[in-house]
Design a binder for this molecule. Structure first.
Ligand SMILES: CC(C)(COP(=O)(O)O)[C@@H](O)C(=O)NCCC(=O)O
Ligand SMILES: [Mn+2]
Length: 921
């Protein structure tokens, strides 16, 4: 490349430029081997139909182990493909099913199973050097008895036990420990195979399990299991418990050290009330025979409903006032306010039926269902409170499948507890309400050693194809890609629309013990899987809490709280509008084949369905922040096997930016320290405009070349920025009054996008730090997300940049980044290579945002000696971590590429910039 001074860099419209929005057909003309090699490997890869990650240098490697994936290469259907759920063989899938436990109750069978995955991470040279340098031993700082994997939750009706047996058999879940060749035609030997089971059905169906699956049920005590399951959930899952009052769900942060004692009320067919004092320390103190079985049994007789869910659904449209005797009915429409009873309070459930001269047929089944539901829920709430009172317990957790995340049931129970305790006691519900027993049975198997898992090691994912539908498709959550796609396609066939439902207004009470009727949710049904409102728990034992958080307990990654409905609606619209473009990119990234189009379509439907579900109930999947939505989108893409939707865009922008880097560096080198620092920070902010996740920016890319946009952005960098702590930063870096402060020892640079952002923004800043004697660790995504640069792509970008810069070359060499002597060095003498190192670590995530409670072990290790943290970009520095406080100096740099966020967060406007510097706290 011809040398171009920076002024020209910022003003040229040279021949190497091309439109940011153009497709990459001109790659053949590209002079740098970097992308050619990658494309060659990609073609090769497409030929063999394998989906592996490809580095820009062409080395093909397995994706990071931090987010395990299904390996579908060489997948084949076993047996008859016309079957409803044919078994699909995945010979290259290293996940192996290893554990299963059951809770076989009177109405439902709850199944928990664990699919394990081997550590697939490759120990590439970069990782090895980083590990050596950061002192990470292979066994990590503690030895975990378990491998990573996933915990799945499935339920079946007990009356349809054969479906459950088929499911276990099709997934070979009963072949514990015989995971080696289960896909071969020889059926695995099951002699002596044992499954942990609890609930009455463990006795009742023991012979059936032996007969059908050849396994014995190892029976565990039901109460032991319930308590073990509840204790595990309350300690290990961050947003497990929540309150539900008047339609409002609020998650409760339980302090592990202040959990006991509590009352556990498990509402199954019958109801158990257990006082829990510790792990394994409990007593069943009460119970009632009026429970879920009563509701379902009486309800079936009275309404002719065919299932519990149908009965519950019916109650949504009911009006219990037609059948219940209310205070107002007795008092001529008046409240009985002297004793605190409103006119709408139920005086006697079903009481109107005495006086009305009506027969059963004269009552609407909807009204009967609601009346019954209120009668039973209210009664359980009241007895629970009285029991808690008897033992001086303030907290009551309700579990069991009676609740089913049903808002009205929870409101009724909460109301009863609140009303009778005069607000002293609180009803809390559990997201995994129905699986306490099954989880407990699972935990009772010591083999897996899951009992000391921590919240940061669990990542919850919602992988089911269709979480929210208007149709009636039943069955367990789809397991593999083909199942997922055809699951989505079924909705198209049935003409079922996945619509964004009308938001539900909060249910009202009259304040004196009376309830209004539930507001209809438009008759929408949920699929079996989503009715659980829980996802698959990914166990990643290596994840750690970022050690430099000032107060990890109070740390909240999300800046934007989506429980605010206006906020949710806004971001929902933004993400929905972005979807067609994203699908185009994703399909193109996979060669635009029919298979890719089919997957793209399924992805769009699945993601829209998730969004619709969350619009209806923002807390459906736990506490919802914007970061969760953005991550959900990436996860959904991965679910449909889109490895890297923005790959070609990233490569193209990297090339264009690398071409002008030498001139930028030369220009910077001609400056004095102070203007140079300012130019560098301006450079980072200006280059953060290259963000393919922002609607406004993508529109901009169609109007100019990368360099034009970069130049325009640079020209707008006039200080003061909207948030401008540059002077504080300058003082810390360069000192004042002639005093030179010592340089930082190690800086962690959380980098963001590819192209100009990394090459012309963050790399020059890294170089400046290196020049000052500060070690630099570039922290990048483990997996792709939008156009964010990944840790796997970075070494090649650095290597390319290092060809033109001694400082970068020496530091990269010292950091082990230049492993293959591929650099065309400017200076071959190795003796000079005393430099502080430049390293690259992966952050452990695949999202545009970062939750610092769950980071990779290499990042946690790198953080130990770091005294400067630089977070860059809207996702990492604004949507998340804007309010995060650190134990070390922190610099947050971002351009705000969204008008509404600019207004909300910094009272500014789109393209305003944030340079926030906070000294160590
Ligand atoms: C996804 C992003 C957080 C990525 O921003 P970045 O971290 O790259 O600066 C951002 O593009 C975003 O919030 N986009 C959605 C809003 C919009 O289109 O305006
Ligand atoms: Mn980004």
């Amino acid at each position: 490349m011809a040398g171009l001074p920076v002024k020209r860099v910022l003003g040229i419209n040279g021949k190497d430029e091309f439109k940011a929005g153009e497709n990459t057909n001109n790659t053949d003309n590209n002079k740098q081997s970097l992308s050619k090699a990658a494309l060659a490997v990609r073609e090769e890869n497409d030929k063999v139909g394998e989906r592996e990650m490809v580095t820009p240098t062409g080395s093909s490697i397995k994706r990071s182990s931090s987010r395990p994936q299904l390996d579908l290469s060489k997948a084949a259907i076993q047996g008859n493909s016309e079957e409803r759920d044919p078994t699909i063989l995945l010979p290259n899938q290293s996940d192996d099913i290893s554990h299963l436990a059951l809770d076989i109750g009177g109405s439902l069978i709850k199944l928990v199973y664990f699919s394990r995955h081997e550590d697939q991470s490759i120990d590439d040279k970069r990782k090895k050097t980083v590990k050596e340098r950061l002192g990470i031993s292979n066994g990590n700082r503690r030895s975990y008895p378990i491998l990573g994997g996933r915990l799945h939750f499935v339920k079946f009706e007990t009356s349809k036990i054969n479906e459950c047996l088929d499911f276990i058999s099709s997934k070979q879940l009963h072949c514990v420990g015989t995971n080696s060749l289960w896909w071969t035609s020889d059926s695995p030997s099951n002699e002596n195979a044992v499954i942990k089971a609890t609930g009455g059905g463990a006795y009742k169906f023991a012979d059936l399990f032996k007969e059908r699956l050849g396994v014995s049920l190892d029976k565990e005590d039901e109460m032991d299991c319930l308590v073990a399951g509840a204790n595990f959930l309350l300690k290990a899952i961050r947003h497990e418990a929540f309150t539900h009052m008047e339609g409002q769900k609020e998650f409760v942060q339980i302090d592990h050290n202040d959990l006991f004692p509590y009352l556990l009320v498990n509402i199954g067919s019958g109801v158990s009330m257990i006082k829990v004092d510790g792990d394994g320390k409990f007593q069943r103190v009460s119970g009632t025979n009026v429970g879920g079985g009563t509701y379902w049994g009486l309800g079936r007789l009275l309404t002719k409903c065919k299932s519990f869910d149908e009965l519950l659904e019916l109650s949504q449209k009911g009006d219990n006032r037609t059948i219940d005797m209310l205070v107002g009915d007795i008092y001529g429409g008046m409240d009985y306010s002297k004793i605190g009873l409103s006119a709408s309070t139920i005086a006697s459930s079903f009481g109107k039926a005495i006086s009305d001269k009506k027969e059963l047929e004269d009552y609407r089944p909807e009204d009967i269902s609601l009346s019954l539901l209120r009668m039973i829920s209210y009664n359980i709430g009241q007895i629970s409170y009285l029991t808690a009172l008897r033992f001086g317990l303030k907290r009551i957790f309700f579990g069991g499948f009676f609740i089913r995340g049903h808002a009205y049931t929870m409101d009724t129970i909460s109301f009863a507890v609140h009303f009778w305790s005069k607000g002293e006691a609180q009803a809390m519900f559990l997201r995994h309400e129905g699986f306490l027993g099954a989880l407990g049975a699972f935990m009772s198997d010591e083999k897996h050693g899951l009992d000391d898992l921590r919240a940061h090691q669990l990542v919850e994912r919602f992988p089911m194809g269709a979480p929210f539908t208007g149709g009636k498709i039943h069955g367990p959550p789809p397991g593999n890609l083909n199942e997922k796609i055809s699951w989505m396609e079924k909705f198209v066939l049935k003409g079922t629309e996945i619509t964004a439902p009308v938001p539900m207004a909060p249910t009202g009470t009259t304040g004196l013990g009376g309830f209004e009727v539930p507001l209809s949710k438009g008759g929408t049904l949920r699929s079996d899987a989503s009715a659980l409102n829980i996802g698959v728990l990914h166990l990643v034992p290596t994840l750690e809490v970022f050690p430099l958080l000032a107060d990890p307990k109070s740390y909240e990654p999300n800046t934007i709280d989506l429980s605010d409905h206006n906020e949710l609606e806004y971001w929902f619209t933004v993400l929905s509008e972005h979807l067609p473009d994203l699908v185009d990119k994703a399909v193109a990234s996979e060669g635009g084949t029919d298979d890719a189009k089919r997957r793209g379509d399924a992805f769009a439907r699945a993601f829209s369905a998730h969004l619709a579900r969350l619009m209806e109930e923002p807390a459906a999947y736990g506490k919802l922040g914007l970061a969760n939505l953005l991550e959900l989108r990436e996860e959904c893409l991965r679910e449909f096997q889109f490895v890297d939707a923005y790959r070609s865009i990233k490569l193209r922008e990297n090339e264009a930016s690398l071409a002008v880097l030498p001139d930028l560096l030369a220009e910077l080198d001609s400056m004095n320290e102070e203007p140079r620092l300012l130019t560098l920070i301006e450079g980072v902010l200006a280059a953060n405009i290259f963000d393919w996740g922002s609607r406004a920016c993508v529109d901009l890319y169609h109007k100019g070349t990368i360099i034009e946009i970069y130049r325009m952005s640079r020209n707008k960098m006039q200080r003061p920025w909207r948030v401008d702590d540059f002077d504080l930063l300058k003082e810390r870096m360069l000192g004042s009054g002639g005093k030179k402060p010592p340089p930082h020892k190690r800086a962690l640079l959380f980098v963001d996008n590819s192209g100009a952002d990394i090459v012309l923004g963050m790399l020059p800043l890294a170089r400046e730090l290196l020049r000052r004697g500060t070690e630099v660790v570039l922290v990048a995504n483990s997996l792709p997300a939008l156009n964010d640069v990944t840790a796997m792509e970075l070494p090649d970008i650095v290597a390319e940049a290092a060809k033109h810069c001694d400082i970068l070359r020496k530091a990269a060499e010292a950091g082990g980044l230049l492993v293959d002597a591929m650099v065309n060095t400017l200076d071959d003498s190795k003796e000079n290579s005393t430099s502080v190192p430049l390293m690259v670590v992966e952050n452990g995530c695949g999202s545009p945002c970062i939750d610092l409670r769950q980071v990779s072990p290499e990042l946690a290790a790198a953080a130990k000696d770091a005294d400067l943290i630089i977070l860059e970009g809207m996702g990492r520095a604004l949507h998340t971590n804007f309010n995060a406080r650190f134990k070390r100096d922190a610099l947050k740099l971002a351009m705000v590429k969204n008008q509404r966020l600019a207004e909300k967060l910094i009272q500014g406007k789109i393209y305003d910039c944030v340079c926030r510097y906070e000294a160590a706290s």
